[in-house]
Ligand binder design. Structure first.
Ligand code: AP5
Length: 217
């Protein structure tokens, strides 16, 4: 199965993609996580991406398309769920071109819908594990021990781009450049699943799984 999860920053894409990947045995390909790993490793791509990420803007399309098509190829026949990509119409077209060349198609686009008002609290309360990638929230998804990853990795951290001013820029970027991706898919894809993601995390997961079941998955 090949899926794309769309939604604004903080919609819960990462949280839901982890659950989908686990349930269906898919690779979880998060453009944000891959970029953060590149930064941590000090690669040229990571250095190029840094200023865009810190300000809440988008990393240039050509860098992202190459990075994500490369990651997709590495999954082989496993199937995948894309998280944070594509984020512009140019990226969606780049993905379509690569899929066409490989004779593949996306099975469904899942759109997580959350109003802007719910986002700030989610992002400023998010805590992440740099080692295993687990994501928590200080109120909505607490770790068992305050500030510590449940998997024994050590302390959780707050993402630098989760400060209120960067979050507001990320939301602006989303409305200006990323919201159009859904419009693009409405013209090119028949299987778009809209999910009300302004409800508790487990309810969102149930709605996603139920929608995929209805597609025969
Ligand atoms: P990226 O890491 O992709 O950030 P994002 O899209 O802004 O998404 P987030 O990871 O912030 O949120 P999410 O939707 O995954 O929510 P999560 O599940 O964590 O990108 C970072 C940067 O990299 C970008 O700004 C850009 O610079 C660059 N970049 C990445 N991809 C790019 C691309 N394709 N092109 C160009 N540049 C790119 O949940 C958030 C919090 O809310 C958590 O604490 C969670 O516990 C909580 N939560 C989740 N669901 C719920 C719920 N239903 N109710 C209550 N709380 C919830």
């Amino acid at each position: 199965m090949k899926l794309i999860l769309l939604g604004p920053p903080g919609a819960g894409k990462g949280t839901q993609c982890k659950r989908i990947a686990e349930k269906y045995g898919l690779a979880h390909l998060s453009s944000g996580d891959i970029l953060r790993a590149e930064r941590a490793a000090g690669t040229e791509l990571g250095r190029k991406a840094q200023s865009y990420m810190d300000s809440g803007g988008l990393v240039p399309d050509d860098l992202i398309i190459d990075m994500m098509i490369g990651a997709i190829k590495k999954t082989g026949s496993k199937g995948y769920v894309l998280d944070g990509f594509p984020r512009t119409v140019v990226q969606a077209e780049g993905l379509d071109a690569a899929l066409k060349k490989a004779g593949e198609t996306i099975d469904a686009i899942v759109s997580l819908e959350v109003p802007d008002e719910a986002i700030l609290d989610r992002m400023t309360g998010r805590r992440s594990c740099l080692k295993c990638g687990a994501v928590y929230h200080i109120v909505n998804l607490k770790p068992k021990v305050d500030g510590q990853c449940d998997k024994g990795c050590g302390p959780l951290v707050q993402r630098k781009d989760d400060s209120p001013d960067v979050v507001s820029n990320r939301l602006k970027t989303y409305h200006e450049q990323t919201a159009a991706v859904l419009g693009y898919y409405r013209h090119t894809q028949s299987r778009i699943i809209a999910i009300d993601a302004d409800q508790p995390i487990d309810k969102v997961s149930e709605a996603v799984f139920e929608a995929l079941r209805r597609l025969g998955r």
